[in-house]
Write a protein that binds this ligand. Structure first.
Ligand code: TR5
Length: 211
């Protein structure tokens, strides 16, 4: 026979147990399901934007007859960057695809070359004109944030080359230079490179999450 005080104590323990269960469920939902929901809605919105962009571009191409099938999808770039990060490429000493382009082991459309830098067309253009400027020797510059004092001259040379090749490409009305750094910056190739985009009216801001 339990004493009379046992009944409220037993109820309180039951309440506490239920409360702990509810808290665990809410925590799991917040940690697992909410980020998944956000991710899938971001991807859906990115797809929609790509669809809009592609159809807008298709309209243009009927008059300019340029190819549009190679346009990369923004969320592909995000996935590529995340994959590179997960594969540990950020700190890898391995030769990159760009080293192989420099050594001509892999073909690319090279549009400029000097002793320090190489410029070639991006395989997945994000604008009518899209080329990359890279240092021929990576010299530790897997990404911009690895830059040290010793890289200052090379970094200046790459910026100078970007505008030089932009002129060569007749981007007189303007262009944009972009450097993606790390996984959140959407970097997928860990060999420093400047993206140069132009040849049409660009929009701003770049890379913001869909509203
Ligand atoms: O995402 P981040 O900033 O790292 O940019 C890497 C860029 O390299 C992307 O815009 C790709 O489209 C581009 N890329 C990747 C390859 C490649 C290329 N551009 C020209 N030629 C390429 N080859 C031959 N192979 C690639 N994997």
């Amino acid at each position: 026979m339990r004493p009379r005080w046992w009944v409220p104590l037993r109820d309180a323990r039951a309440y506490a147990f239920v409360c702990v269960c509810v808290c665990v469920c809410m925590y799991t939902h917040a940690r697992v399901h909410v980020p998944r929901l956000i991710r899938s809605s971001l991807n859906a919105a990115a797809n929609t934007r790509v669809g809009q962009r592609t159809s807008a571009r298709t309209t243009t191409t009927t008059t300019t007859t340029t190819t549009t099938t190679t346009m990369a999808q923004p969320h592909d770039e995000v996935l590529a960057a995340q994959e590179a990060h997960l594969n540990g490429l950020a700190d890898s000493e391995e030769r990159t695809i760009f080293d192989k382009i420099v050594s001509k082991d892999i073909p690319a459309t090279i549009i400029y070359e000097d002793s320090l830098a190489l410029a070639f067309r991006d395989i997945n253009p994000q604008a009518k004109t899209h080329f990359l400027v890279i240092p021929k020797i990576r010299a530790g510059l897997t990404r911009l944030s690895k830059a040290t004092e010793e890289h200052k001259m090379l970094l200046g040379h790459l910026m100078y080359t970007a505008q030089l090749v932009a002129k060569q490409e007749k981007l007189d009305a303007g262009f944009r230079v972009v450097v993606n750094d790390g996984v959140e910056g959407c970097q997928s190739v860990y060999h420093l490179h400047l993206h140069v985009l132009g040849g049409e009216q660009l929009t701003w801001p770049p890379g913001c999450p869909p509203q």
